[in-house]
Design a protein around this ligand. Sequence first.
Ligand SMILES: *Cc1c(COP(=O)(O)O)cnc(C)c1O
Length: 432
Amino acid sequence: MTVTTQFTQQSPMTAAKASATAVATKEWSIKASPVVGRSKNKIRSVIAGLDLSQTKSDKPLINLGLGDPTVFGLHDPPKVAIEAMQDALIGGNANGYVPGTGLKEACQAVADYHKRWDGVDYAAEDVTLTHGTSHALDMCFSVMASPEHNVLIPRPGFPAYGTLLGNVGCEVREYEVLADREWECDLEAMEQQIDENTAFILITNPSNPCGNNMTPQHLQDIVNIAERHRVPIIADEIYGHMHWSEWPFVPLASLAKSAPVLTLSGLSKRFLLPGWRFGWIALHDSLNVAGAIRNGLHAWGNRFMGPNTLVQKSLGRILSETPDSWYDEVTRKLEYNAQLAYSNLSIIPGLYCTFPTAAMYLLLGVDIKHFPEFPSDVEFCSALVQEQNLFCIPGESFSIANHMRLVLAAPSNVLQDSCERLREFCAKHYVA
Ligand SMILES: *Cc1c(COP(=O)(O)O)cnc(C)c1O
C-alpha cells in the first residue's frame, strides 16, 4: 500500500514558514502557578536579608543555624542502620517498586516501634511511610484540609508548617506557645480559635524551636480540648523521646480516647539520618471515625509510590536493633550541651532563656531595648555574623520577635566558643 500526501492550497513548507514568523513575534510569557508564591520558606526569606558574606571577623565561621544533627557530626548514626542498608543494597532485592503506602513488613516495624516506645497499639495498615517527615506533614495537610477549612498551628513553630500549608488554601490560625510558661500552649486561645470548620490542631512535642517537652497534664488538657470539639490532632513527634526533662515524654496518641491522632515521626532527628529522607504517619483512631483520612492517606501514598525501598527493607533492623545505649549517648550529649549553653547564656546581660529539656535547640530571648542599635532580632543576628562570624537563625523565621534559635547539636567546645562570642558581642552593644 502506498501513502500519498495530499497538498491543499498551501504547501507544508509555506505553512511552516508562516507559523515560524507568527511564533517569532510572540513574546515568551511562562508563569508559575500562584501557589508557588504562597509556599515561601520563612527561614530562607529571613536569611536572604542577612549579609553572611561580609564578616569583619577573622574567627572561623560557626553555623548554629541548620537543624541538622550531621553538620557537626554530633554522634555517629546507629551502626545497625549502616549495616542493614549495606545488606539491603548488596542483597539485590530492594530495587523494585513496593506498595504506595509502604511495604507491609516496614509498616509493621513502625507499629512495633511505637508499641515498644509509646505503648500505643497500631496495625501495619495504620502506618503510611513517607519521604521524610516534611512529606508526612504535606500529605496530612493535603488530605485533611481544603480552602473552606481552618487549621491550628503553634507560634513560634516550625516554619515548614506555613510553607506547606501555603498551597492548601485553608485559613491558618496560630495559637501562642508561651515563653513565660516554659513554652506551654495558650490553651484558652487555642480553644477559642476552634470552630466547626477546624480541620486539625497541630502540636509539636518536643518542640522545634522551643526545646521543651510538655508535661503529661498539659498534653492531657490539649487532648481534652480536641475531644470536646471533635477535632483530630496532628502530633509532630519527630523529637519524641529526645528529652532530659524530669517528667516522661508522653505521646499524644497514648492519651486520646476518642480524637483521632496522626503521629508523625521518622529517621531525621532521633536516628540522626535526615539525608535518608524517611518518615511516617501512624494513625490512631480508637472510635473508627477517621475513615476519610485513612482513605485519603492511602490515595496520597499511591501518588508517590512510597519512600525508597532500600530504607524500607532496612527499617525493621534500624528500629528494633538500635541499642538503648546509643539513644542514651545522643541524649546525654544534648543534655550536656543544653546545660553548658544555658549556664553561659542566661547570665549575659540583655539575654534570657529557659533551660531546654528536649529536642536540640535553645530559643534565646534578646531584650532588644538594651540593644538600641538593632531594631529587631534580624539586625542583631546580622551584626553577630559580621562581628563574630557566628550564625544563628533569628526568631522572626519562627514567628517570634526578639529571639534567636541556637542548635545544640554541636561539639561542646564549639558551643563554648559560641557563648563566648555572644558574651563579647553583647558586652559591646548593651546599653543599660
Ligand atoms: C526536622 C523536623 C521535621 C522533619 O524533617 P524531615 O527531614 O522532613 O524528616 C519535622 N518537624 C519538625 C518540627 C522538625 O524539626
